[in-house]
Design a protein around this ligand. Structure first.
Ligand code: SF4
Length: 251
């Protein structure tokens, strides 16, 4: 079935404070198992969206950069929903594919856990379930019934909260017969959980095919770029560069 939507995201890193609200909201919405220290130490923690942190400063003159000359930079990284996704052609069972809304989809009950997709993803945003997911008993009633719990041996990753998108389409387009737009996504609380949770509006989600959507307009901002653009993956996630007033003055 043809779709008139192409879902995408803009990440304005000038606004990100690294607060991790998006990370926590994603964990809760998508039934991601609790990460413990041992999982981080063994590099097996699951974070469908993570905040990469960099320290930035000019070391040329002083050799060592100290506060206040050093600046922390935060970059939220999630599945880029690439148009030319390197993860897709390597899957031998077609468990990951591109749908007609620009989304890179993972079919859990087709996945046989080869992990080829994770090895081929240049953004390191795919996660393999080396263990069955576990939650403390106090969290059992907090699990989201709209999201499948992935068992051991299955690959998973960001879906742009497809359960919310599907609900929005059913209600707005299926039941009401109206066109889905930014205002209706916001009113129904159907934006991805990370977008809803961000206190600084760093994350902007919407329909890239709608010229009036905020995501379409922001993706044309002069500050725009895509992560690892030189690889030709053509992501549907667009980043906006940091605005550094000091450097702007010297430019
Ligand atoms: S970011 Fe990685 S997992 Fe997502 S579509 Fe691109 S290659 Fe696939």
């Amino acid at each position: 079935m043809a779709s008139h939507h192409k879902w995408g995201m803009v990440v304005d890193i000038d606004r990100c404070t690294g607060c991790q609200a998006c990370v926590m909201a994603c964990q809760a919405e998508n039934n991601i198992a609790v990460n413990e220290e041992v999982h981080f130490l063994s590099r097996r923690a699951h974070q469908w969206i993570r905040i990469d942190r960099y320290w930035d400063g000019d070391t040329k003159e002083k050799g060592v950069v100290t506060w206040p000359d050093v600046k922390a930079r935060f970059i939220p990284v999630l599945c880029q929903h690439c148009e030319n996704a390197p993860c897709e052609p390597v899957c031998p069972v077609y468990a990951t594919y591109h749908n007609n809304q620009g989304l890179n989809v993972q079919v859990y009950n087709r996945c046989i856990g080869t992990r080829y997709c994770a090895n081929n993803c240049p953004y390191q945003v795919r996660f393999f379930n080396f263990r069955d997911p576990l939650w403390p008993k106090s969290l059992w009633n907090h699990l989201n019934p709209d999201v499948t719990i992935r068992s051991r041996g299955i690959m998973e990753k960001c879906t742009f909260c497809i359960q919310r998108i599907r609900r929005a389409e059913r209600v707005v387009e299926g039941q009401r017969g109206e066109q889905l737009d930014d205002a209706k996504l916001k009113a129904g609380n159907w934006m991805p959980a990370c977008v809803n949770a961000c206190p600084t509006d760093t994350l902007i989600f919407g329909d890239l095919n709608d010229p009036n959507s905020q995501v379409s307009r922001k993706s044309q901002d002069p500050r725009h770029y895509k992560l690892l653009e030189e690889l030709g993956t053509d992501p549907n996630v667009v980043y906006l560069k940091k605005v550094d007033p000091q450097h702007a003055q010297h430019a």
